[in-house]
Design a protein around this ligand. Structure first.
Ligand code: TA6
Length: 278
């Protein structure tokens, strides 16, 4: 019996593709005119157990440490269903839909019924993410975090500027969770950085990504933005991250993490993100 495929490829032509590993529905490649936009560590592990170190891991139902289960929740270490295989739309764009729902594994940590659908649309220079979380219960409310843990590939993170964070309050996990307000119009990353910016604008621009281009991030119902780079000291501590890889990545993560989504019985939550190469 052939092994069930674990990789789904959206091919729009013109060397514009998006590759998703069903382990965690992790987007592991997004190529625009054959230019890779995402960082995946050379030491990433694809054993179907550990989260993939790079691309776009899907963080749900918990961001960060979790009493009931693994850090960043279970979605990024589950095998997802391919709800709708890649289909070319009349526009020429290509879409696919992935999903997970509760099972013995998830209920052993988080005893709620849920349905989660994750629609990806590959456009000429954009990647669209549309997410729906549904609470099928008749009487139980559940709370969750959700975040797209995007690792952008960059020639040198020290030359990147990230806009759209000015005056935002942030929790600095490098300073034991101390809270500050961002004074800069454009944030640069030149040291170990791990910050949760709260109630951020819907748009960020990252400069000097691949080929010196800009990356535009638009997000809806993701009120927070996490900025992370492990720098040399934390890079050395990660077995699935090369000691010399930190200059070539920056995580700019759209999420709903400072406060949980509260999902009442019979209701749904929707969030979306658009990444655009400019
Ligand atoms: O998004 C930033 C962060 O929460 C950091 O604190 C760091 O833990 C990173 O995620 C990676 O977490 P992981 O569990 O994938 O090693």
């Amino acid at each position: 019996m052939a092994a069930a495929t674990s990789v789904v490829v959206l091919d729009r032509g013109n060397n514009t593709t998006c590759t998703i590993n069903l382990h965690g529905a992790t987007v592991v490649s997004w190529r625009v005119n054959n230019q890779e936009q995402l960082f995946v560590s050379k030491q990433a592990v694809f054993d179907g157990k550990k989260a993939i170190r790079g691309g776009i891991p899907f963080v749900f139902p918990q961001f960060g440490q979790w009493t009931f289960g693994p850090q960043h929740g279970f979605a990024r270490i589950m095998r997802w269903n391919l709800e709708k295989p890649p289909e070319r739309l009349p526009s020429g764009d290509v879409e696919a839909i992935f999903s997970i729902m509760d099972n013995d594994f998830t209920r052993s940590m988080w005893n709620y019924n849920f349905r989660l659908t994750y629609r990806l649309i590959l456009r000429e220079k954009e990647l669209h993410f549309n997410i729906g979380v549904y609470n099928p219960s008749k009487d139980l409310t559940f709370r969750f975090n959700m975040l797209l843990h995007t690792y952008f590939k960059v020639p040198d993170v020290r030359r990147c500027q990230i806009t759209g964070l000015h005056a935002c309050t942030y929790v600095d996990k490098v300073q034991d969770g101390a809270v500050y307000q961002e004074a800069r119009d454009a944030v640069t990353v030149c040291e170990y950085t791990d910050r949760i910016y709260q109630n951020t604008p819907q748009e960020h621009i990252i400069t000097n990504v691949v080929s010196g281009r800009k990356m535009r991030i638009q997000k809806y119902n993701f009120p927070d933005t996490v900025i992370w780079n492990p720098w040399s000291e934390k890079a050395k501590e990660m077995i699935d991250f090369g000691d010399d890889e930190y200059p070539n990545m920056v995580c700019v993560e759209s999420g709903h993490v400072s406060s949980p989504v509260v999902l009442l019985p019979g209701t749904a939550f929707e969030a979306s993100q658009i990444l655009q190469v400019m």
